[in-house]
Ligand binder design. Structure first.
Ligand code: BJ8
Length: 425
């Protein structure tokens, strides 16, 4: 199996030496952050297996698909409508970009004062250490922020890239622009795959992705309970894996996990004491293996109960509304659903603070931690508004600005401990 993988990685033009260093570093981190947790649901065994074989079986499945003439489409943002990819019998893969490992590689080309997510993703390609990037036939970018826009231009010199234009406002005109972008994306995918997207195929794809969203909603609803039956770290991992696992299998595994959590809830069994401080995290996405903030928070005795982020509620809260099986209605329903993601790239984006207030109440959060990747100006600016809004609502907020390195871990721990002390009283 290991030799099979090495052969596969070689065929994908992976830098084996560097890749070994990456995988060897992941094992001990996963042991410390995940496997050391007590009282984990048995259903997390699947996710442990997925991480333990992170560049193995799933990449093999993608390769098999490609050998049979299928295409793999890589994405970085939850704005890219994956339904269209599935409907053309291609496989979408959300790329990770959550590790410090690839940041210095990217810094050889990109300005250092760029957000870690952008540097990490570019470094994966430049350093040839990610088999998912290497296995993809097309990378789909978007115009959500300036750093990404410019990075995609450079990425396009190394691999085929297509960029979707995400509008910056939520006006009628912007909605029309976005609808046009979704239609254009359909053409791009049809051309890439040679497959026509029919109403029947699109209907099936909408259902496939909606089912996974419903399973994630179910998981998150279980986190509203006190005591909470699953740690924030485990829930985050399950969400992160949803970005690249097979959607049908992922839905099954999520529902199996939720069945187990239902029993825990019925038995009043939690992963943390009933009175453990409950934290809602709001802000930038946390791509695998970015578990830094959750690990710090949960090792102080608090528990993360919700993430208002694109590796959280923004990923699955809205479904594509069911429509008649005709392409015009389906494409409109898809465009409408994706325009409803309250990313900080929009101006204004007043719905996001509303969401955070609502979620804090629903999840019985004792406090909110606003998580901002350094050099991400859109979220940094929204933090100011968020602070004012939450103050009005009497919800304590701590603003954190960080990157993927561990250099500030001690300082973050001290600040988080002080925040938890404050909200306990
Ligand atoms: S829909 S949040 S996944 S763009 S890369 S904006 S952190 S400076 S990731 Fe995002 Fe789509 Fe919006 Fe969600 Fe800031 Fe970094 Fe830009 Fe980032």
């Amino acid at each position: 199996m290991v030799n099979d993988n090495v052969q596969m990685w070689t065929e994908l033009n992976i830098d084996l030496k560097s890749h070994d260093t990456l995988l060897n570093a992941l094992g001990p981190i996963f042991q410390e952050v995940y496997l050391s947790q007590k009282n984990r649901p048995a259903g997390m065994g699947f996710y442990d297996f997925v991480v333990g074989d992170i560049h193995g079986i799933r990449v093999k499945e993608l390769r098999e698909h490609a050998k049979n003439g299928g295409k793999v489409v890589a994405t970085y943002c939850v704005f890219v409508p994956e339904e269209l990819v599935w409907a053309a019998d291609a496989i979408p893969v959300g790329l990770c970009a959550g590790t410090q490992f690839s940041v210095p590689i990217a810094e050889e080309v990109l300005p250092r004062n760029t957000c870690a997510l952008i540097k990490s993703s570019f470094g994966f390609k430049l350093g040839r250490v990610c088999p998912y990037v290497q296995a993809s036939h097309l990378i789909v970018g978007e115009t959500t922020c300036d750093g990404k826009k410019k990075m995609f231009e450079m990425l396009g010199q190394l691999q085929p890239v297509y960029v979707m234009e995400v509008p910056n406002k939520k006006t009628e005109r912007s909605r029309e622009l976005w609808h046009g972008e979704v239609l254009a994306f359909k053409d791009v995918i049809e051309k890439l795959t040679g497959n026509k997207i029919t109403a029947k195929k699109l209907g099936e794809a909408i259902d496939l992705v909606n089912q996974r969203r419903l399973a994630l909603q179910r998981l998150y609803n279980l986190r509203k309970v006190r005591p909470v039956p699953i740690s924030g770290k485990d829930a985050l991992l399950a969400t992160q894996v949803s970005f690249y696992d097979d959607a049908q299998r992922d839905t099954q595994m999520l529902n199996a996990l939720c069945d187990e959590l239902d029993k825990r809830v019925a038995a009043g069994q939690g992963v943390a004491p009933k009175n453990a401080p409950r934290i809602l995290i709001s802000g930038s996405p946390m791509a695998i293996p970015n578990w830094k903030l959750h690990h710090i928070i949960e090792s102080t005795g608090a528990v993360v109960v919700c993430e208002e982020s694109c590796t959280g509620t923004r990923f699955f809260s809205d479904l594509v509304k069911p429509t008649e099986h005709n392409l015009v209605a389906q494409m409109k329903a898809i465009a409408d659903r994706y325009m409803n993601i309250h990313c900080a790239c929009f101006t204004p984006n007043d719905e996001r603070p509303d969401d955070v207030v609502r979620l804090a109440k629903e999840y019985q959060a004792d406090g909110v931690i606003h998580y901002n990747l350094q050099f991400c100006h859109t979220y940094a600016n929204e933090a100011v508004k968020m602070e004012k809004r939450l103050e009005k609502e009497g919800i304590p907020l701590l603003r954190i600005e960080t990157d993927y390195s561990d250099e500030d871990a001690g300082q973050l721990r001290t600040r988080i401990e002080a925040f938890l002390e404050m909200i306990k009283h």
